[in-house]
Design a protein around this ligand. Structure first.
Ligand code: FNR
Length: 189
């Protein structure tokens, strides 16, 4: 009998809708440096209508499909810009949509990790930690170390989105390796 280790399905949520988003580029870099045990897939959040409890009796398909996608994932990885020292509304909306209806929180128990990305010097620290506040409530056991604050991102990528900094590539690979171990400890058997 061969004991093959299943590849873990990681749902990736990117907190920027911008076509040339640095965060999306870093998400693509992460997918490329991921260990073979992890398969990273971006789950789009830009088409989710704003959360409104009034329409829970007949939720839009976009909400239902999103909730199913998150429930099916082995883990969730958030890659977010910082907007005004917090997370972008589109990402908060995705958290809210996934958290309801009451009692059916799609995030419940999913191992998670956070990467914040900014052209600025402090690497989206405020967004990274604001996001963690919601993840505590949503019961997402979130990787603590290494923390990932990717600052000065404008100098790390070339025009086509390739990473031009070996140290950052090594760091991101190490980060995902730690995340893989984290999923092993905190994820479903
Ligand atoms: C920003 N930006 C920003 N950057 C930062 O480091 N801290 C911040 O608080 C903010 N605030 C902020 C608010 C708003 C509304 C916008 C549009 C932008 C700059 C931000 O980091 C920059 O636009 C990034 O390029 C956004 O990430 P993407 O879209 O490139 O992935």
């Amino acid at each position: 009998m061969t004991l093959e280790k299943a590849v873990r399905d990681v749902a990736v949520l990117v907190g920027s809708l911008r076509k040339d988003s640095f965060n999306r580029k870093i998400a693509n870099v992460l997918a490329n440096v991921a260990p073979t045990a992890l398969r990273l897939e971006i789950v789009e959040i830009g088409g989710l209508p704003f959360y409104n409890e009034d329409i829970e009796h007949a939720p839009p398909d976009t909400w239902s499909n999103f909730r199913q996608r998150i429930k099916a994932a082995d883990a969730v990885l958030f890659i977010t810009p910082e907007y005004n020292r917090s997370i972008p509304a589109v990402l908060k909306n995705a958290l809210d949509v996934g958290s309801r209806p009451y009692g059916q929180n799609a995030w419940d128990g999913k191992p998670g990790a956070v990467v914040s990305v900014s052209p600025g010097a402090i690497g989206g620290f405020g967004a990274n930690h604001h996001l963690r506040q919601s993840l505590v409530f949503l019961n997402v056991p979130t990787l603590q170390q290494p923390e990932a604050y990717i600052g000065g991102v404008g100098n790390l990528l070339d025009a086509t989105g390739n990473l031009v900094n070996d140290g950052t590539r090594e760091f991101l690979a190490r980060f995902l390796s730690a995340f893989n171990s984290w999923i092993g400890v905190n994820g479903r058997p």
